[in-house]
Design a protein around this ligand. Structure first.
Ligand code: NOJ
Length: 559
C-alpha cells in the first residue's frame, strides 16, 4: 500500500529505542579502494586504520567494511575462500584487530560483511565437493543436481545468473566424464550453499561467533533474501527490465523464500548472547518496503537496507511517498528505517540523479551508455539529496567518496574493467567498476594519496585532484564541509531519534518536513521557493536571498 502525504500520521517516528543502530550514520568502506598502506594498488586494513581520524572528523557513528576475508577476488571479495582469515592483499588478522581497536578507541562501531549465500569455488568445502561423488555429504553442502536431457547435458532448470548467462555449471566427475551441475546465483566461481543442510547452518553460526568474539559490532549480511530456494527448483523467467539483484520481481523462486526467516531467527539468538547491542543488517532486494520489513521483525535482523529509497527518482511526490511508507512499515515491526543513496553496486548518486535514461541497478554506465549525466546538475542534486536524507529519523548509510561528491567514473577503459558482470554479459552491461575507483585524499600526491606509489587497481580520472580531501577540508563550500555540517547538526538536534511531520504549503515539487526543532525544505522544482523565518543551520548550495533555488535543500532552526 502507498501512503500519500494526506494519509500520513501527523508524526512518523522511526521505531524509537536507544540501541546505537537505530539512529547511526554508518560509513561503508570498500577496502580495496579506500586507502592503500602497502602501495600495491589495492587498499588494505592498515590503510583504514591510518584514516580513522578522518572518519572521526567527518562525524560518522560506525563503519561497515565490505569483504576483506580470504578470497581469489573474482567478485571483489564477495567470493570467500576462508571466512575466518584476512586475505593477504588486505593484511592480517592482527591488522584487523588493530583497526577494530582503533575504531573503538574513537567511539566508532565496526560492522563487517558476511557472505552466507555462496562461497568461492576455492573454498575447501567446494573443492571437497568436486572431488566427492554425487549424493555424498560433501556435495550436500552445495546445490548439486543431475542435468536434464538424455545424458544430463542440459541444466537442471532455466534460471539465469544475476551477472548474466546461466545459473548452473556442469562439473567433470573424478572418472573424467561430464557430471552433475551446481547452482550459482552469481558468478560460476560463487557456488551457492544448501541452507537446508544443518551442517551449513552450524558452520555459519561458528563463523558468526568467530567475528563476534573478536569484538565486531555486527554484520552486513550479503544476499539476505537468497539463501533458501523454492522446493523443486521450478523454472522461472525474470522480467528483463527487473533489477539485477532481484529487487523488482515478485514470486522469484530464489529470492525471498519464507524459509530464510528461520535462519535470521537463529542468528538473532546468537547475537543476543553477546553484550554491546550487536546488529545484523540485511542486504535484501525485495519488491516492496512492506516485504523488506519482514526481515527486521523483532526476532530477526535489526536493520535492512532501504533500496526502495535508493531507487526513488529525484521527484518530490515519489520521495514523500517512499519516506512515509518506509517510516510506517518499519515502525510497524518495531525497526528503524534506514536510508541510503549510494553503495558499491549502484551508480554513484552524484551521477545517477542526473541520468536521463533508465539504468537498471547493477548495469552501470560507460562510454556508450545513453543519457549521460550532467556533472554539475548531478552534484547539486546529490548534495540536496544527502541533505534531505540525513535529516530523516532512523539510520543512514554513506558510501566512501560520496562525502567528496565523487561522480561515477564513466570513461574507464574496457581493459581496466574487473566486474564479472562486464565479462559474463560480454560488455553489454558495464557493471559496477565505475563506483569502485580508489578515492582521492591529497591533490598533489601519487594516486591522489590513495598510496605513495601511484599504483591503483582501477585508473583514477585526471580531474579527481579537485575532489581530493585535502582540497575540500578547508573550503567551507565543499561537499566534505557540507557532510561535516550535516552530521554535526544531525547529532546536535538528535534527528536520527526524532520524528517527521510533513509540512504543507510549499508546492508539489517541494519536500518539506519538520524533525523536532529543525525544518527541512528540499526544492526539486524549477522555481525558487520562499523560505520561512529562522536561522539557516545548513544549506546544500547557495541560497538566493530569502529563497531556495532549484535542487537545493536547507535546514532551518524553527524561529
Ligand atoms: C551483493 C554485493 O553487494 C555484491 O557486490 C555482490 O556481487 C553480490 N552480493 C554477490 O555476493
Amino acid at each position: 500500500m502507498t501512503f500519500t502525504q494526506q494519509d500520513a500520521r501527523p508524526e512518523l517516528e522511526s521505531a524509537p529505542g536507544s540501541e546505537w543502530w537505530r539512529t547511526a550514520v554508518i560509513y561503508q568502506i570498500y577496502p580495496r579502494s579506500f586507502a592503500d598502506a602497502s602501495g600495491d594498488g589495492l587498499g588494505d586494513l592498515p590503510g583504514v586504520t591510518a584514516h580513522l581520524d578522518d572518519l572521526k572528523e567527518l562525524g560518522v557513528d560506525a563503519i561497515w567494511l565490505s569483504p576483506f576475508q580470504r578470497s581469489p577476488q573474482k567478485d571483489a571479495g564477495y567470493d570467500v575462500a576462508d571466512y575466518r582469515d584476512v586475505d593477504p592483499i588486505f593484511g592480517t588478522l592482527a591488522d584487523f584487530d588493530a583497526m577494530l581497536a582503533g575504531a573503538h578507541d574513537r567511539g566508532i562501531r565496526v560492522i563487517v560483511d558476511l557472505v552466507p549465500n555462496h562461497s568461492s569455488d576455492q573454498h575447501v568445502w567446494f573443492q571437497e565437493a568436486l572431488n566427492a561423488a554425487p549424493g555424498s555429504p560433501e556435495r550436500a553442502r552445495y546445490i548439486f543436481r543431475d542435468g536434464k536431457g538424455k545424458n544430463g547435458e542440459l541444466p537442471p532448470n532455466n534460471w539465469e545468473s544475476v551477472f548474466g548467462g546461466g545459473m548452473w555449471k556442469r562439473v567433470t566427475e573424478a572418472d573424467g566424464t561430464p557430471g552433475q551441475w551446481y547452482l550459482h546465483i552469481f558468478d560460476e566461481s560463487q557456488p551457492d550453499f544448501d541452507w537446508t543442510n544443518p551442517e551449513v547452518r552450524a558452520e555459519f553460526e561458528s563463523i558468526l561467533r568467530f567475528w563476534l568474539d573478536r569484538g565486531v559490532d555486527g554484520f552486513r549480511v550479503d544476499v539476505a533474501h537468497g539463501l533458501i530456494k523454492a522446493a523443486g527448483l521450478p523454472d522461472f523467467t525474470p522480467d528483463p527490465e527487473g533489477g539485477s539483484m532481484g529487487g523488482d520481481a515478485a514470486g522469484v523462486p530464489y529470492w525471498g523464500q519464507p524459509g530464510v526467516h528461520e535462519v535470521w531467527r537463529e542468528w538473532h539468538e546468537v547475537l543476543a548472547e553477546y553484550d554491546g547491542e550487536r546488529a545484523l543488517c540485511a542486504e535484501a532486494w525485495l519488491p516492496t518496503v512492506a516485504q523488506t520489513a519482514l526481515w527486521v521483525r523483532p526476532d530477526e535482523m535489526h536493520q535492512a537496507f532501504n533500496f526502495a529509497y535508493l531507487e526513488t527518482k529525484w521527484d518530490a511526490e515519489a520521495l514523500r511517498d517512499v519516506i512515509t511508507e518506509s517510516l510506517h512499515e518499519y515502525a510497524a515491526v518495531g525497526a528503524p528505517s534506514t536510508w541510503v543513496l549510494s553503495n558499491h553496486d549502484v551508480v554513484r548518486h552524484a551521477s545517477r540523479l542526473a541520468l536521463t535514461a533508465e539504468n537498471p541497478q547493477g548495469a552501470g554506465i560507460g562510454p556508450k551508455s545513453p543519457g549521460k549525466p550532467d556533472p554539475v546538475k548531478g552534484l547539486r542534486r546529490a548534495r540536496a539529496a544527502t541533505s534531505l536524507m540525513l535529516a530523516l529519523p532512523g539510520s543512514s548509510y554513506l558510501y566512501q567518496g560520496e562525502e567528496l561528491g565523487l561522480p561515477e567514473v564513466i570513461d574507464l577503459p574496457d581493459d581496466a574493467r574487473q566486474d564479472p558482470t562486464w565479462f559474463r554479459t560480454e560488455g553489454e552491461r558495464y557493471g559496477r567498476d565505475g563506483c569502485r575507483v580508489p578515492i582521492p585524499w591529497t591533490a598533489d600526491a601519487p594516486a591522489y594519496g590513495f598510496n605513495d606509489t601511484g599504483a591503483a587497481w582501477l585508473p583514477q580520472p585526471a580531474e579527481w585532484a579537485e575532489f581530493a580531501r585535502d582540497v575540500q577540508r578547508e573550503d567551507p563550500a565543499s561537499t566534505l564541509s557540507l557532510y561535516r555540517s550535516l552530521l554535526a547538526e544531525r547529532r546536535a538536534h538528535g534527528l536520527g531519534a526524532g520524528s517527521l511531520e510533513w509540512l504543507d504549503g510549499y508546492g508539489d515539487d517541494v519536500v518539506a518536513f519538520r524533525n523536532g526543532p529543525v525544518t527541512v525544505i528540499a526544492n526539486l522544482g524549477d522555481g525558487a521557493v520562499e523560505l520561512p523565518a529562522g536561522d539557516v543551520l545548513v544549506a546544500s548550495g547557495p541560497l538566493d536571498g530569502d529563497t531556495l533555488p532549484t535542487d537545493t535543500t536547507v535546514w532551518i532552526a524553527a524561529a
